[in-house]
Design a protein around this ligand. Structure first.
Ligand code: ADP
Ligand code: MG
Length: 491
């Protein structure tokens, strides 16, 4: 944890009219827990459904209903804490956070305040320039989500949908260690990636299952922290970047004009690309937190934590380190491959039995390239990893050329089938037969005597002939052999 001591690198300083400024950011991320039921009731926690379909008497706060903790949600919070290398508190307390809102029928949210289930942890960011920073996590606590007010269903009427009411959220609070927009984006991406690896949150920001409150302040380099503003409920990484940029510029303008930043809660309006004040510190809620009398303190044994720890998957940082150290991949390739657990699994299946670097290039360029172009997810890829392995193996032993490999991939993507059989049946094998190649080459030389003469002066011109041979052989000529024969005949 660096917090106030962490300096900003020169390239991340924001130039103002009167000198440079540092950007200071701290994020509170709300992540919806993957669980069948809600945090304190048995209603389904699924996204969607008709309004008020997933609502029990507990979620609707009927008098006399009592909350009962869902063990699965507790396990998910512990799992997440372990993934964030954080301290797990075997005793924590649920508090009531009191406020009035139409979509909060209890009149309070059950949350954790002074004693959260998870304490300090960390998230490592690998930045584009190859450097790494570690961002401190202050805490992770469990809390209930609220319902949703709908104001656009009927004229003059508002509706309330309580499907989300009581769904378990993890609030993950960072220290104000973040110093640039790039870092803020990298932090949210990394956190999302870790949660997905762990299977504790699906990270779908567009469905609201992950959203961030973004705290922003500016200061002169090395000065004490400035007053922050909190931008509520940002639900995309791109919007977060825009919101921070707008907010930093706004605060710098005010300070350079001799003004003062008022601590307030703001909202980002994506249509206008600006943040607007929602409420000032004076209007801030007094939540009057107190321990929920309906719930005893949450206590469990360290042995349960150890059991959960033993089931943790290999996480992105460790996977990346292994890909670099054991497979010899570049940091860049490893980053691309580990950002998503399914991507990493697919890659490892492809690389089983062929050269690791060749497999990485192939998967990143051919498979991911096409997936991204078509907007597909891994579940929709029609080519199983093993088909890629078979293609790469044929390339490695010069049985097919790189060009044919791509065509073959196309065929399998569209029609399916066994790559080895397809190569046999459609005669796609690379021509390494010297006699056959010499015949094509002799004909080309005879037809282009002027070009042949030119090659003697400018040996680089040989490329033209290689191209012609490849074309004449429909991409099947072995390029190394073509080169050799051409050199022998022309130079
Ligand atoms: P509160 O309880 O009022 O929300 P916290 O201390 O919990 O305040 O901080 C909330 C978030 O604000 C944390 O993520 C923290 O990192 C961030 N934060 C605190 N001070 C600053 C600051 N000066 N600039 C930017 N972010 C800050
Ligand atoms: Mg807070």
């Amino acid at each position: 944890m660096y917090s106030e001591n962490r300096k900003t690198e020169a390239k991340n300083l924001l130039p103002g009219a009167t000198g440079d400024w540092e950007l200071v950011i701290g994020l509170e991320v709300h992540a919806q827990v993957i669980s069948k039921a809600k945090l304190f009731s048995g209603s389904p926690a699924d996204f969607g459904g008709a309004p008020n379909d997933h609502v029990s008497f507990v979620d609707a706060a009927m008098p006399g209903m009592l909350p009962v903790i869902n063990k699965k949600c507790v396990e998910q919070a512990i799992r997440t804490g372990l993934g964030l290398k954080a301290k797990i508190n075997c005793k924590s307390v649920f508090d009531r956070k009191n406020y009035f809102y139409p979509d909060l029928p209890q009149g309070y949210q059950i949350s954790q305040f002074k004693q959260p289930i998870v304490g300090e942890g960390q998230v490592q960011l690998d930045l584009e320039d190859g450097s790494s920073v570690t961002i401190g996590i202050e805490r992770l606590h469990l809390e209930q989500d609220a319902g949703k007010s709908l104001h656009d269903k009927a004229d003059g009427l508002s509706h309330v949908d309580l499907n989300r009411s009581g769904v378990a959220l993890m609030e993950i609070v960072s220290y104000p260690d973040i110093r640039s927009i790039e870092e803020a984006k990298a932090y949210v991406s990394k956190l999302r990636s870790i949660l997905r690896y762990l299977g504790t949150c699906d990270g779908n920001m567009d469905q609201g299952s992950m959203r961030a409150d973004v705290n922003v302040s500016v200061r002169r380099p090395g000065a004490p922290f400035g007053t922050r503003c909190e931008i509520k409920n940002v639900n995309s990484i791109r919007f977060m970047g825009q919101a921070i940029a707008y907010e930093a510029a706004r605060q710098i303008d005010i300070l350079e004009d001799g003004g003062e930043i008022l601590q307030e809660t703001r909202l980002f309006d994506p249509n206008h690309g600006e943040t607007r004040s929602m409420r000032s510190k004076e209007e801030a809620h007094d939540y009057r937190y107190f321990p929920d009398p309906d719930l005893p303190p949450l206590e469990f044994e360290q042995s349960w934590v150890d059991e959960i720890a033993a089931t943790l998957p290999e996480l992105p940082d460790e996977k990346k380190a292994r890909f670099i150290k054991e497979l010899g991949l570049s940091a860049y390739d490893a980053d691309v491959l580990v950002s998503d657990r399914e991507a990493a699994d697919y890659y490892e299946a492809v690389a089983d039995g062929v050269e690791a670097k060749a497999a990485a290039n192939w998967v990143i360029n051919e498979v991911f390239g096409r997936m991204n172009k078509m907007g597909l997810s891994f579940a929709d890829i029609p080519v199983p990893p093993q088909a890629n392995t078979a293609i790469l193996r044929m390339v490695a032993v010069s049985e097919i050329s790189g060009k044919i490999a791509k065509e073959l991939f196309d065929i399998i993507w569209n029609e399916g089938g066994d790559p080895v059989k397809i190569v046999d049946e459609r005669g796609l094998k690379q021509v390494s037969d010297t006699g056959a190649l010499e015949k094509i080459i002799d004909e080309l030389i005879a037809a282009n005597p002027d070009k042949a003469a030119e090659v003697k002066q400018k040996p680089k011109m040989i490329g033209w002939f290689v191209g012609q041979v490849m074309q004449a052989s429909k991409g099947k000529a072995n390029p190394q052999m073509v080169n050799q024969i051409l050199r022998k005949k022309l130079i």
